[in-house]
Design a protein around this ligand. Structure first.
Ligand SMILES: *Cc1c(COP(=O)(O)O)cnc(C)c1O
Length: 404
């Protein structure tokens, strides 16, 4: 195969992205490389399912990029490389899921006795990972409103006071919160973290690298649930960690030991999907912004709308609480009720009974995750169709019920 270690393709090198290529070019070229591993004529790489690799000599084995699939394979390299380019990272690691990515970062950076400050309303799975497992492994876990820089400073000073000397502090947050769509000021958060010598890991799943690049704003590592926008078609589960060579290598060692690496098919599918990331996102963002303003204009039936520019997720509060939410979901025609998000089809979810069901009712109320809150993941269908379906359901939810 010759020198497969050098990967320079279409101006995109292993070190990152050369200045002149734009996001649209980088995404469209994801995974297209000249040294196609199996077929020299195919436009794009084949799926390499081998779990073992064979060698003529010990020397060849020792110099090989791949030996056993859990430790890495060509499709995983392509996906990791593509996401690292999108995030302007030195390197990347593809994982079996978004949760796999979060686990790798925490286990590689932290040890028993260290402290993790987790943003109070992160993704439910992340929250319970910290609450259940990270705590059980002997780390101090505190839930803080990391997006409130003053609250973060207070929490970090408290850590400093109680620290016996060698304890590490890790701050974990998301670029945009779910389901209330609060946007993190990563630059401000990272400068506070740096002042206190704390590490910062940012989940950029909702932000997407087209909107925000947390590494350029001072984050130490970025994680993704590629299951969402990067995959984009609701047909794969995958994750990624990107950052400096040193930290990603450490995360990769954990992923290999704990079996959190990705399968060839999922990696191939994800890389394929990334090629349309920008056009999918731009379309969904435009629709989402138009929908948010139409929902705000809707005088009856909606109590609040949470949205941000360049974000395909929005949430709104319907009147009638749980009953209103149930009616809305039942009345929708083509918009489906599904717990996940980030696909080409528009879906709704009910955070209080799905992603945030693990919280106590009073805790949900305190955070603003009321029973009437609906989260919308905007797809790429026609704007008027989405809007009509949604407004019809909102009006049905707001209509007085005969039995009341
Ligand atoms: C879905 C999600 C995760 C978990 O990802 P999986 O791919 O389901 O493991 C983590 N963070 C955020 C923000 C998510 O939306």
């Amino acid at each position: 195969m010759g020198d497969t270690a050098v990967r320079v393709e279409n101006g995109v090198t292993e070190k990152g992205v050369e200045e002149e290529l734009q996001f649209a070019t980088i995404t469209a070229q994801a995974g297209f490389c000249k040294e196609n591993f199996i077929s020299h004529t195919g436009h794009g790489k084949a799926i390499c399912t081998a779990s073992i690799y064979e060698f003529e000599s010990l020397e060849e084995h020792m110099a090989a990029a791949h030996t056993y699939r859990r430790c890495g394979h060509p499709n995983s390299d392509d996906m990791a490389h593509a996401i690292a380019c999108l995030e302007s990272a030195e390197t990347g690691l593809a994982t079996s899921s978004g949760m796999g990515a979060v686990v790798c970062t925490v286990l590689s950076l932290m040890k028993g006795g260290d402290t993790v400050l987790v943003h109070a309303d992160t993704y439910g799975g992340t929250n319970s990972l910290f609450e259940e497992d990270v705590r059980r492994f002997g780390m101090n876990v505190e839930f803080v409103d990391v997006l409130d820089v003053v609250a973060l400073e207070v929490a970090l000073s408290r850590c400093k006071e109680t620290d016996s000397g060698d304890g590490r502090v890790l701050v974990f947050c998301e670029t945009i919160t779910n389901p209330l769509i609060r946007v993190a000021d990563v630059t401000a958060i990272s400068s506070v973290c740096k002042r206190f010598g704390a590490l910062l890991v940012v989940d950029n799943t909702f932000g997407t690298p087209l909107r925000s690049k947390p590494l350029l704003q001072g984050a130490d590592l970025v994680v993704h649930s590629a299951t969402k926008f990067l995959g984009g078609h609701s047909d794969l589960i995958a994750g990624a960690v990107v950052g400096s060579n040193k930290l990603v290598e450490q995360a990769k060692a954990v992923a290999v030991r704990w079996g959190l690496t990705i399968s060839p098919f999922e990696a191939w599918l994800c890389t394929r999907s990334i090629r349309t990331l920008q056009i999918r996102l731009e379309r969904a963002w435009t629709t989402s912004e138009k929908l948010a303003s139409r929902l705000r204009d809707e005088k009856h039936g909606i109590l609040a709308v949470n949205s941000a520019t360049k974000c395909a997720i929005l949430s709104f509060l319907v009147v009638g609480g749980l009953h209103g939410a149930k009616t809305l979901i039942k009345t929708l025609r083509f918009i489906k009720f599904a717990a996940s998000l980030g696909g080409v089809t528009t879906t709704v979810s009910h955070p209080a009974s799905t992603s945030h069901a693990y919280l106590l009712p009073e805790e949900r109320e305190r955070l603003g995750i009321h029973d009437g809150l609906i989260r919308l993941s905007v797809g790429i269908e026609d704007f008027e169709d989405i809007s009509n379906d949604l407004l019809r359901a909102i009006r049905a939810a707001a209509a007085p019920t005969p039995d009341k």
